[in-house]
Design a protein around this ligand. Structure first.
Ligand SMILES: Cc1cc2nc3c(=O)[nH]c(=O)nc-3n(C[C@H](O)[C@H](O)[C@H](O)COP(=O)(O)OP(=O)(O)OC[C@H]3O[C@@H](n4cnc5c(N)ncnc54)[C@H](O)[C@@H]3O)c2cc1C
Length: 422
């Protein structure tokens, strides 16, 4: 059986299809399995910043992504009655709305549309067993079938089951003390193109943001002492969220009235993933499954695009799989650890103030930071921070040549994957 160019990617979120794009570009044949029955197109606005912008330019997707830039005009903090407290227009320091952002679902759809004819997608399928031999890695699937591949690359997100199958107990989770829940609700005629945020008693923090013409996107985060509190099925998860939203004002009431009809519910403890090792034999991790920084860094999507680009490039560049995986980890890990370190549990605690007094203080701070003098004062500091973050990672060039538009024109053939040697 010839398996030297056949690669299985598990998970069709952001990292999986991005990885498939590059591996196909380098001449590999790619199968992607996704547990859900279709692409999961939920989620709020995600930033594409730093080196990730360069990645999408090299994929020749910059124009497509720019054409889907969100229409969000900025962010308003509101009180329990929906009255505005502070306004951060797009581009203001501290605004959620960035210049180059796209709905996560739109990005997932663009990546899927770009790759669906170049590789084989299998929805409603997941890995139940893995067995490695000297010349291949065998996957057993949820339908009972077995298949051999040269490599299995795991892009299953934060709660990856296959990661635990191959690297059991080797992943640390840095729980930040809150649960998060992303989902969509129907858009209403009165919805505008601003993000609305509210701090509720008990620490519940809600963000309602414009989606497309039909949906408004929701992020609700709330303190839970125990990281394992909500893992026992959809009804328990919705019950936890309902409790966190009860009595938290007009925005929360609206969400509560829609919650029963929510189909794709992304829910779980907000934890950074710190996999001790990102690979073993013919298996490697990419994206949130290896190094989720959490949505509050605003960098999860950017990191998964950069990680996928580097992993594919190193696989194509090396004769030895071990050397490819080592190079990938050596290059990307320091960049990711620096981003993960930017977020402290103290900061998360501050954002989720619990008492009426704490919320009043928070509102004073929100007004202060939105004021013109404060914005002027903070601008040079924010610019310096942004530049140093952008400079922190230089995207490597791989075997492909760029054409005049910046897209890859031609790629050298990939080297044969040489198993565990090296
Ligand atoms: C529905 C949804 C909404 C999100 N919304 C936001 C948001 O608004 N803001 C934000 O910052 N981040 C959001 N995220 C997380 C964000 O996509 C990631 O942090 C980042 O883009 C890294 O992507 P990833 O591909 O590694 O992980 P993910 O985007 O989480 O994708 C993982 C994929 O793997 C699939 N999967 C899981 N287990 C298996 C398995 N055993 N076999 C096969 N497939 C499996 C999942 O269904 C999912 O499609 C969301 C994720 C999802 C799934």
């Amino acid at each position: 059986m010839k398996t030297d160019k056949r690669i299985l990617i598990s998970g069709a979120g952001i990292a999986g299809p991005a990885l498939a794009f590059w591996l196909h570009q380098y001449g590999y044949s790619v199968v992607i399995t996704e547990k859900a029955n279709a692409i999961r197109d939920g989620g709020q606005n995600v930033d594409i910043k730093g080196p990730a912008q360069d990645v999408i330019r090299r994929m020749a997707l910059a124009d497509k992504i720019e054409s889907k830039n969100t229409l969000e005009q900025g962010q308003k903090y509101v009180d329990a009655h929906g009255r505005t407290i502070a306004v951060f227009p797009k581009g203001a320091i501290g605004s959620l709305t960035s210049n180059f952002e796209i709905l996560r679902g739109d990005l997932a759809t663009i990546l899927y549309d770009t790759t669906k004819d170049r590789c084989e997608y299998r929805f409603g399928t997941f890995i139940t067993g893995i067995e490695e031999t000297d010349d291949c890695i065998m996957a057993t699937f949820s339908n009972g079938e077995k298949e051999a591949f040269a490599l299995i690359l795991c892009a299953e997100g934060i709660s990856s089951a296959t990661r635990e199958l191959v690297l059991p107990g080797q992943t640390q989770f840095r729980y930040l003390g809150v649960y998060m829940s992303f989902f969509n609700i129907p858009r209403r005629p009165e919805d505008d193109y601003w993000a609305h945020s509210i701090n509720g008693i008990g620490g519940t923090l809600i963000f309602l943001r414009p989606g497309d013409e039909n949906v408004t996107t929701v992020l609700a985060t709330f303190p839970v002492p125990d990281a394992d509190a909500g893992t026992t099925g959809p009804s328990h998860r919705k019950a936890l969220l309902r409790r966190a939203l009860q009595g938290r004002g007009a925005l929360a009431d609206r969400i509560l009235s829609e919650i029963e009809n929510v189909q794709d519910f992304y829910f779980g403890p907000m934890s950074q993933v710190k996999a001790r090792s990102w690979s073993k034999g013919r298996f490697a991790l990419v994206g949130d499954a290896a190094y989720c920084p959490t949505p509050f860094t605003g960098q999860g999507t950017a990191l998964s695009l950069v990680g996928a680009y580097v992993l594919a490039g190193e696989i194509a560049r090396h004769d030895s799989l071990a050397a490819a995986f080592n190079a990938y980890e050596k290059m990307v890990r320091p960049y990711i650890e620096a981003i993960q370190a930017q977020l402290s549990p103290g900061m998360i605690k501050l954002l989720h103030v619990k008492t009426a007094f704490g919320i009043s203080c928070m509102r004073v701070l929100q007004r202060l930071f939105a004021s013109r003098p404060m914005q002027t004062l903070m601008r040079p500091i924010a610019k310096r921070n942004e530049e140093s973050a952008t400079d922190a990672f230089v995207l490597p060039d791989y075997v492909c040549a760029l054409d005049s538009s910046g897209a890859f024109a031609a790629c050298a053939p990939p080297t044969r994957i040489a198993g565990r040697r090296g």
